[in-house]
Design a protein. Structure first.
Ligand code: LER
Ligand code: MN
Length: 283
């Protein structure tokens, strides 16, 4: 197993300055970093790659931050185009950094959650399917995987459970389109997180480890023992990435409704969480 830290714990916008955290990531015991990239121009990829290797780390994945202006659901054509361009930019950045997979809710903006008519839902599904087909063609040429992350009902009305993601990847039909699961979202939406992992099986390309209160994995109510067994059952051996947030990173705190500290600070959270998931999932 490989263990990563998502950069949103420390900064809403990852820029070159954020490489200052790399030595501590290594010291704590992470194998790599999941970079949450807002815009391609935010980083100098050769500098980031050098700093990663100087510290014995890799960038295993990029986490997409999809907003209202870059939504494959549109409604405007310009918004759909920006959404596709954002994903293509992430693919290019992944190639430059040596990352293999782009993860997150690539299908729609985080926080877009409304009661909409079934007819509109069908239209949105078709739009996203066509957008994903398009960007998957680009990802195929570059050899980068795209993994769709179902989010909880308060953050999207579009894809809440693993079954939705499986249906989308089946309909798109690209070998590069996979599934990304997050223990926090599964804990809210799935009947059983363990069964969801088993249903996804070898299409699981990344797992976010996060507690039910978005705090350190292992400190709350998530069914870690069931998840540990399911991960073993499917022979999952890719990245497990801690994704947690603290009120100190204000933009993300607002977006993810993080109103209180669950540990002393982000570093305490990262250290405690990593120790737990390493024991659970093993080497
Ligand atoms: C958001 O709740 C989340 O889980 C992230 O991975 C999406 O960027
Ligand atoms: Mn997540």
């Amino acid at each position: 197993m490989k263990y990563g830290m998502n950069t949103l714990l420390f900064e809403a916008r990852f820029t070159n300055n954020a490489v200052g955290n790399f030595p501590r990531f290594k010291e704590i015991g992470f194998d790599g970093v999941e970079i949450a990239l807002q815009e391609k121009g935010d980083i100098d990829t050769s500098l980031v790659k050098d700093k990663l290797s100087e510290n014995g780390l890799v960038c295993g994945s990029l986490c997409a931050l999809v907003g209202a202006g870059t939504d494959l659901r549109g409604p405007d054509k310009a918004v759909i185009e920006s959404g596709k361009q954002y994903i293509r930019d992430l693919v290019d950045t992944a190639v430059e950094l040596g990352a293999k997979v782009i993860v997150g809710p690539l299908y729609s903006a985080v926080g877009r959650a409304d009661l909409i008519a079934d007819e509109q839902r069908k239209i949105d599904w078709k739009l996203v399917k066509s957008g994903l087909k398009d960007v998957c063609g680009y990802a195929e040429d570059k050899g980068i995987f795209l993994a769709l992350e179902p989010l909880n009902r308060f953050e999207t009305d579009f894809m809440n459970i693993a079954e939705d993601a499986l249906r989308m990847i089946d309909e798109v039909g690209s070998p590069m389109l996979k599934v990304h699961l997050d223990t926090f979202h599964m804990n809210i939406e799935e009947k059983s997180s363990a069964d969801a992992i088993r249903a996804v099986g070898d299409k699981l390309y990344l797992l976010h480890a996060s507690e039910n209160d978005r705090g350190a994995p292992g400190t709350g109510q998530v069914d870690w023992s069931g998840i540990g067994k399911a991960v073993k059952d499917i022979g999952y051996d890719r990245w497990v990435v801690i994704e947690s947030f603290t009120p100190e990173v204000e933009i993300i705190a607002k977006a993810a409704s993080i109103w209180r500290q669950t540990e002393k600070d982000g570093w305490a959270l990262a250290e405690k969480g990593l120790k737990y998931i390493k024991t659970l999932f093993g080497e």
